[in-house]
Design a binder for this molecule. Structure first.
Ligand code: ATP
Length: 620
């Protein structure tokens, strides 16, 4: 392995995550269980009530069955001929059989109610997560902690929440079973109850310990698991498949996988072994405790503290309690483990709520006369170097403003700020004199059209790909849709598709159609035009377009200039010659500004870049 790879191995990226030091306690467990119960209540109240009632009925049947058994055993153990004793016990036996049948019916009904409750809860939980994620500000997606939390909640929280419902129901059933058995034992002899309770303690300890170990292990592997997920996508997805092969990067990807997977395998084994040890210790202690209970029962019988029929029933009750207890510890074990993941789901919802875009604000002008930035700076979360510094910029209604500059100079970041997607970390941005921080963010977004540098390739049909620009825009007979497509030179793209506007544009689905990069871009331009708005922000709209389509798009931009305010980002300086004002960014600052001729006369960076592109030497 070379030195560089060694270096990579010691960066935190390749390491297990450090535990966050927080310990989850049973009280916190309760704090988590309550919201889960609330979710159950909200998404399937009737099924939840049915389950509760049926579980209680099943527990009552267990207790009644046990107590009826004492009378049956009494009859069977009485003196007299065996047939007479059987006849005497027959009504009691029939009653026990009837009670057990009722219990079986209640358990079957629980299964039915459960089949209704679980999908309803899954749906409600997913919707809450998606809605919360969609409501969060864009900059939070650049915050690694938030992103980690979102993925934990989505990939594991939802999965375990689903299972936690099943386990909550099992737990409830087991609690009813144990309570019934304990109640039976209390009637038979009060001393048997504390005995049984003492027998439960070791297993409860083991349950908590094992769950904590599992959770700590999972937390330490989050980043590495995400890395494996990324490598899985690189190896198995269609998009990177071509370039990966062309670069002959297959061995590199596999080697990287092995590096990460080896660390993961070791950690998973450690955690698995430690959990198995905890479980084994718990089982051994629980077995010893049960043996102790039975031994004490034998001594009580020997001492004559308890009648033989009651002792026989007590043995049955202890076995029923032990079985229910096993179910209880299993369900509690899993529930405890799941609750910790569910806590992640809950934590994410709380975190997302705090990061929500404000729901309202000052009304936004329909078409702002003037957008001004004064001393605006912006730093991405977790980055010390700001991407933008001290930006002063003015855009007046109807102007075409161009942003140019080298790669990484801050153009896209500034475009996103102007679109209201990011908020300045210093300085102020104003629309007609009003600080945009005070404006209603949804109304502000409504006035803006942003055609990004890398538009989303919506896995929907072509029509949706354009209409999603403003999905609720009424457009009888698709007039606006067709006009936008025509202005974006996208009409012939659609005409060439097998089902025209209704062609599904995703190869992930059967019958899906794929487009070229330029064809996708034309649809994205059409989407922006269909959206329509007061401020149009175009981030490299024509980069993948052929000369004819590029010409058509610039003609369209020229045609709508004046009616709309346009911010154009491009590396092609010949396209911005007619802009009302050009800003050249360099390392996050405005280095030069003016109209084309002024910038050429400056003989600075702009003039140099222009000369490089046009082949005319720059004189500095
Ligand atoms: N999501 C992000 N998180 C952290 N840093 C970012 C993020 N996006 C961009 N940056 C950084 O911000 C700086 C400006 O990036 P930006 O994308 O705005 O440049 P640009 O001028 O649009 O570049 P290009 O011409 O290549 O599109 C760069 O240094 C980049 O590394």
């Amino acid at each position: 392995m070379d030195e560089k790879a060694d270096e990579e191995l010691v960066t935190p990226y390749w390491h297990l995550d450090q535990p966050d030091g927080s310990r989850r306690t049973p009280r916190q467990l309760l704090a988590v269980t309550v919201p889960v119960l609330r979710l159950i209540w909200r998404s399937g109240r009737r099924s939840a009530i049915a389950i509760l009632v049926l579980q209680l009925a099943s527990g009552a049947a267990t207790a009644a069955g046990l107590l009826t058994s004492v009378a049956v055993l009494d009859d069977l153990l009485a003196s007299g001929a065996a047939p007479d004793r059987l006849v005497a016990a027959a009504p009691g036996l029939a009653l026990v059989a009837g009670i057990l049948a009722l219990r079986a019916a209640a358990e079957a009904a629980v299964e039915l109610a459960r089949a209704r409750l679980e999908p309803a809860l899954r749906r409600a939980a997913e919707e809450r997560l998606f809605a919360a994620a969609l409501d969060v500000q864009l900059a939070d997606f650049d915050d690694a902690d938030f992103y980690d939390g979102l993925h934990r909640a989505r990939d594991r929280g939802l999965f375990h929440l689903d299972r936690a419902v099943g386990n909550t129901i099992d737990l409830l059933g087991a609690v009813c079973g144990v309570t019934a058995a304990v109640a039976g034992l209390a009637v038979l002899h009060p001393l048997l109850v504390p005995l049984l309770v003492a027998g439960m303690i070791p297993e409860a300890w083991a349950v908590l310990t094992v769950a904590r170990r599992g959770y700590a292990g999972m937390r330490s592997m989050v980043t590495l698991n995400r890395r494996v997920q990324m490598l899985a996508e690189l190896s198995t997805e269609r998009e990177p498949a071509a370039e990966l092969r062309a670069c002959q990067a297959e061995p590199y990807v596999l080697a990287e996988y092995r590096q990460v997977a080896d660390v993961l395998k070791e950690r998973e084994t450690q955690v698995g072994v430690s959990m198995a040890r905890g479980r084994t210790a718990g089982r051994a202690l629980a077995g010893l405790a049960l043996a102790g209970v039975l031994a004490v029962l034998g001594l009580m019988l020997h001492a004559g503290w308890i009648a033989p029929a009651a002792a026989g029933t007590a043995v049955i009750a202890v076995r029923v309690a032990a079985a229910a207890l096993r179910q209880l510890t299993q369900a509690a074990n899993q529930l405890f483990e799941q609750s910790l993941y569910v806590a992640d789901y809950q934590d994410f919802l709380t975190d997302a709520d705090a990061r929500k875009r404000p729901a309202s604000g000052v009304p936004v002008p329909r078409s702002p006369e003037c957008v001004t930035l004064r001393g605006v700076g912006f730093a991405y979360p977790g980055r010390r170097t700001p991407a933008l510094r001290d930006i002063d910029l003015t855009i007046r209604a109807g102007q075409t403003i161009a942003l140019v500059g080298e790669n990484g100079s801050g153009k896209t970041t500034l475009a996103r700020l102007l679109a209201g997607l990011y908020r300045p970390t210093s300085g102020t941005m104003r629309w007609d004199g009003i600080d945009t921080a005070l404006l209603d963010p949804r109304a502000l977004a409504d006035r803006v059209v942003l055609v990004p540098q890398h538009p989303v390739r919506w896995p929907h049909d072509a029509r949706t790909n354009v209409r999603i620009g403003r999905h609720d825009r009424p457009d009888p007979e698709d007039h606006a849709l067709r006009e936008a497509a025509s202005l974006a030179a996208a009409e012939d793209v659609v005409a060439g598709m097998p089902a025209g506007w209704h062609t599904l544009l995703s190869k992930h689905f059967k019958g899906g159609h794929e487009l070229s990069a330029g064809q996708w871009q034309r649809l994205a331009v059409a989407r922006g035009l269909f959206r329509d708005g007061a401020l149009l922000i175009w981030d490299e709209p024509t980069a993948p377009l052929d000369a004819k389509a590029e010409y058509a798009v610039y003609e369209t931009l020229r045609a709508i200039a004046g009616e709309r305010t346009i911010l154009l980002i491009t590396h092609r300086l010949t396209s911005v010659r007619h802009a009302d004002r050009i800003y050249l960014l360099h390392q996050g600052r405005v280095a030069e500004e003016g109209v084309h001729e002024e910038l050429l006369a400056l003989r600075g960076r702009y003039a140099e870049l222009y000369a490089l592109q046009t082949g005319k030497p720059a004189r500095r």
